[in-house]
Write a protein that binds this ligand. Structure first.
Ligand code: ATP
Length: 438
């Protein structure tokens, strides 16, 4: 009851302040665009920070998206103080789940549909290009200066006296208005070349342009991608494949010479765009078919090139197998072009490979007969099994292990080619074989 009354009071105070500050203040936008539950949460966070006399800010993508009128489920908050302490109090308030990372003084709070990263304001120093930076606690001003692009380097104050005030010290709103991706300083891509991939991702997602100087720096620093380890590049690739139209980013990456840094034979061409589109059409609308996308991306590679990429990106075992299988099935596709193929042959050509690899080959091939044969395997053949088991065969008098195996294989072939269609017919076939062997 007490907490309900206190929430109402806080909301009233915040609404009054909203009316008072108009210029450079986003509190109206916050109220209009964000769900009341989230607004309430941010106000509570501001109140806790006030009690501790610490500055608290909404930062990064959430501010960018707020200004663009887009919604987001991932929020970043920065406190000029102890992020873990704040996260714990907010977890109590929301009854959400927190994960804390004492080494980095950060925490993540998952509550309702939101994921909120809380960090302590910090300065980053890059001792060596590509390596992770050294971190020291700092102010919001310095924290914004360590960020990737102007449109991601804005903060909105959540403390009661400055509630909604926008800190835009790097000209992010101007760049949003002019649809520009701009780095904050000359050495940005040298310090952290993952920003090259990030730049292309935002440029294509938002339909923006790389600001001319940023484009020049990006081209100059493409070789700095060599300083980044495979895990960090894999993370960027995963983010790209999680976008709505990853092919746009891959196309741009090829155009600028970034894609070959991943593997020289990769293509971000029209073919890939068409195949990604077909992939979306056959996938459920609420999932992102990342594994199919990446398998289509590696499709032009040889087995050796694929192995090299797998080990550089250190992809997990399941995905590695999918990528290997994709290339192995591709190398067999010629055998699937025969319209007279018996179902058992199709089965043996495709059986044992990862399902995603088989699907990708159906998408990748332009030959209707290949697509048809693969579809038959996916829809029907891969589920076919004889009804009789090894035990049944033993009861029928086949006792040798090898003989049982051979008979089961024969039954499977007969089932696949529809020579037998019932248990009775299987029994007849086995009896015929026993007689023949006598
Ligand atoms: P989205 O999740 O919509 O792609 P985001 O801006 O929330 O966008 P995150 O990757 O979650 O992206 O990063 C949060 C913020 O952290 C960014 O907005 C940016 O300010 C900063 N950031 C992330 N990665 C880097 C980086 N490599 N260099 C500098 N700043 C970064």
């Amino acid at each position: 009851m007490y907490s309900l009354i206190s929430c109402v009071i806080i909301q009233k105070v915040f609404s009054k302040l909203c009316i008072m500050f108009k210029l450079n203040n986003l509190c109206n936008k916050i109220e209009e665009q964000l769900p009341a539950k989230l607004v309430n949460f941010m106000q509570k966070a501001g109140q806790i920070a006030d009690n501790q006399e610490q500055g608290l800010y909404l930062v990064g993508g959430a501010v960018r998206d707020l200004l663009l009128g887009q919604s987001t489920l991932d929020l970043d908050m920065v406190i000029e103080g102890n992020a873990i302490d704040l996260a714990q109090q907010l977890a109590d308030f929301t009854e959400g789940k927190i994960k804390i990372h004492p080494r980095f003084n950060t925490a993540n709070l998952k509550w309702d549909k939101w994921s909120i990263d809380l960090t302590t304001a910090r300065t980053e120093t890059y001792v060596k290009p590509g390596a992770l930076p050294e971190i020291t606690p700092s102010t919001i001003t310095n924290d914004l200066s360590r960020r990737d692009f102007t449109i991601n380097a804005m903060a909105v104050s959540l403390n009661i006296n400055h509630y909604g005030t926008l800190n835009d010290q790097h000209g992010g709103t101007d760049d949003l208005e002019h649809k520009l991706i701009r780095v904050l300083h000359e050495k940005s891509f040298t310090d952290d070349a993952t920003r090259i991939w990030r730049a292309l991702r935002y440029e294509q997602r938002l339909d923006f342009h790389l600001e001319p100087d940023t484009l020049r720096l990006l081209k100059r620093d493409i070789h700095m991608l060599d300083t980044i380890n495979g895990d960090r590049i894999r993370y960027e690739v995963e983010c790209i494949l999680g976008e709505k139209y990853p092919e746009k980013i891959l196309h741009r990456a090829e155009e600028l010479g970034v894609l070959p840094k991943l593997s020289p034979a990769l293509k971000g061409n029209k073919w890939l765009g068409e195949k990604f589109q077909q992939t979306r059409e056959i996938s459920s609308p609420d999932t992102t078919p990342k594994n199919l996308y990446i398998a289509l991306l590696v499709y032009p590679l040889t087995s050796t090139e694929t192995e090299r990429l797998i080990s550089f990106l250190r992809v997990n075992k399941v995905l590695a197998q999918t990528l290997r299988d994709t290339i192995n099935v591709k190398n067999k596709l010629i055998s699937l072009t025969d319209p007279e193929l018996k179902p058992a042959v199709i089965y043996h050509l495709l059986h044992g490979y990862s399902r995603h690899a088989v699907i990708v080959n159906a998408i990748a091939s332009n030959l209707p007969i290949v697509k048809q044969n693969i579809q038959l395997f996916l829809d029907k053949l891969r589920y076919v099994k004889p009804t009789l088991t090894g035990n049944d065969l033993q009861k029928m008098g086949i006792t040798q292990g090898l003989q049982i195996k051979k008979t089961l294989q024969k039954l499977l072939e007969a089932r696949l080619n529809e020579k037998v269609n019932s248990k009775q017919e299987e029994i007849k076939l086995v009896e015929k074989q026993i007689l023949a062997n006598k």
